[in-house]
Structure formats: C-alpha cells, structure tokens
Design a protein around this ligand. Structure first.
Ligand code: ADP
Ligand code: ADP
Length: 229
C-alpha cells in the first residue's frame, strides 16, 4: 500500500495567487520520487498538501485510490512520516523527542520507542550507543544528530509513506553523506517523496520531478535528466 496520486492539484495560500497550478503525479507504492526545482517553486507546499495541512482549491490527492479529504487527519498522519529540514526538538530527553511520534506517550512508551528506534538501526547513528544517550537532553545535539532524532521519531510510526523535506540540506556535506545512507535505507519498502536541493542527492530516486512555478516542468530518471541537460 501507499500508492499516491496527485490529480490536477491546484492550491494557493491566498486566492489571488495560485502556487500549485495543476499538478499531476503518480507515485507507485514503494517507489521514491524526488521533487527538485528552484526555491519558491512549490515543493514544500506540495508536501504539506499531501499531509493535509491545507485544503486544495482544485483537483484531488488519493492514497490507494482514497481521496485524502475523506480520511481522518489521524489516519493520514499515521500513514505519513515527515522528516523536516530543521528539526525543532523539545527541551526534553532524546527518548521523549523520539516518542513524540506516538500520541500521548507514557514513560514506558518512551523507553519502547527508544528501543524500537535502536532496532531500526538508529543505535548505529549515535556513536556512544542509543541506550546510554536516550536520557540526554535533545537540545545540545549537533545538527546531524537532531536529524537522526527526527528520522527515529518518524520510524516509531513505521509509516508506509515518507516525506523527506530537504532533510539534509542544512548539514555540512560530510554529515549529509552519512545521513544520506540512513535515509536511503529507510526509504526501502516505503513510498517516498524526497524534496531535494541538489540532483546529486537523489541519484537513487526511481523518478525525479522538476517543479517550476507550480508546474511539473520535466520528469525522468537521473540519467534521463542529465542526458537532456
Ligand atoms: P519551495 O519549497 O519550492 O521553495 P514553497 O512551497 O515553500 O516553495 O513556496 C512556494 C510559494 O508559496 C513561495 O512563493 C512562498 O513564498 C509561498 N508560501 C509558502 N508558504 C506560505 C505560507 N504559509 N503562506 C503564504 N505563502 C506561502
Ligand atoms: P503525529 O504526532 O500524529 O505523528 P504531527 O502532525 O504532530 O503528527 O507530527 C507529524 C510529524 O511532524 C512528527 O512525526 C514530527 O516528525 C514532525 N513534527 C511535528 N511537530 C513537530 C515539532 N514541534 N517539532 C519537530 N517535529 C515536529
């Protein structure tokens, strides 16, 4: 499951200015689609539409054939995990910050979430081992570690659909490369929309969609886009 379709999607924050001008996208279940394009093209807006932060002004979005405007916000949020660009952590422990992905988490659930994240491979992400650091405050983590917390928080939900909204673009290139491998691993088996800054970070995507001024300007594999220049 996790077949996502955008059909002639139109949206504007303000009625006088359309941001998405008729987007058609078919994202097969389990595939990775990268969305690239200039700043202001509407990439983040597209992701927020799928998460139903806003209602459309035209067209529709379906998941496995079901119009997302007809499903509950809770079931939509259970199905979709987002890793944002700049993760804002709560002034609390790493464990709490990860368990935040689960509604109304109790201390035991916090511990379970931490273990779950460790099983999912997060333990390798923190050099000193997850269990020893889960009680640490999240605020003092580096940018790369914060993004790993965001990844683990998303994995707690085990969502079939993943949105990576420039998840590594605020990091230095070495940290970005490190986290890139983790992201590619968690994308496997999930429908993934990767919003990317640079084509070089989405070579692995099944398809790359170039968004420009709220329209799909071009799409193809990385090799196809390079060939076309
Ligand atoms: P991208 O992710 O491609 O940089 P965005 O989707 O963030 O583009 O933004 C597309 C356009 O929508 C931009 O012109 C931006 O200024 C505008 N925009 C984004 N968020 C909002 C908002 N919350 N309210 C009004 N306009 C917004
Ligand atoms: P839910 O808690 O039901 O998963 P939310 O809309 O509260 O849904 O959050 C969805 C995802 O967005 C979270 O899993 C988290 O990754 C991210 N997120 C939401 N709010 C915050 C926040 N205040 N700080 C950091 N990340 C957040």
């Amino acid at each position: 499951s996790g077949h996502v379709q955008f059909e002639n999607v139109r949206f504007g924050y303000d009625p006088s200015r359309e941001i998405l001008k008729g987007i058609d996208l078919d994202i097969p279940a389990g595939s990775t689609v990268a969305v690239v394009g200039p700043s202001g093209a509407g990439k983040s807006t597209l992701a927020r539409i799928l998460y139903r932060f806003y209602d459309l002004t035209g067209g529709r979005v379906t998941i496995d054939g079901q119009d997302i405007s007809r499903v509950t916000q809770d079931s939509l949020r259970a199905a979709i995990g987002i890793v944002p660009q700049d993760t804002v952590l709560f002034n609390d422990t790493i464990g709490y910050n990860i368990a935040y992905g689960r509604e109304g988490a109790t201390p035991e659930e916090v511990a379970n979430a931490a273990r779950g994240a460790a099983i999912a491979g997060f333990i390798q992400a923190l050099p000193d081992g997850f269990d020893t650091r889960v009680g640490e405050r999240g605020l003092k983590l580096s940018g790369g570690e914060k993004q790993r917390v965001a990844i683990a928080r998303t994995l707690v939900k085990n969502p079939p659909i993943l949105i990576l909204d420039e998840a590594t673009s605020a990091l230095d290139s070495r940290t970005e490369a490190d986290i890139q491998a983790t992201l590619e691993a968690i994308e496997r088996g999930r429908t993934t929309i990767v919003i990317a800054h640079r084509l070089s970070t989405v070579v692995h995507a099944d398809r790359i969609v170039v968004l420009d001024s709220g329209r799909v300007a071009e799409q193809g594999t990385h090799a196809e886009l390079l060939r076309r220049g």
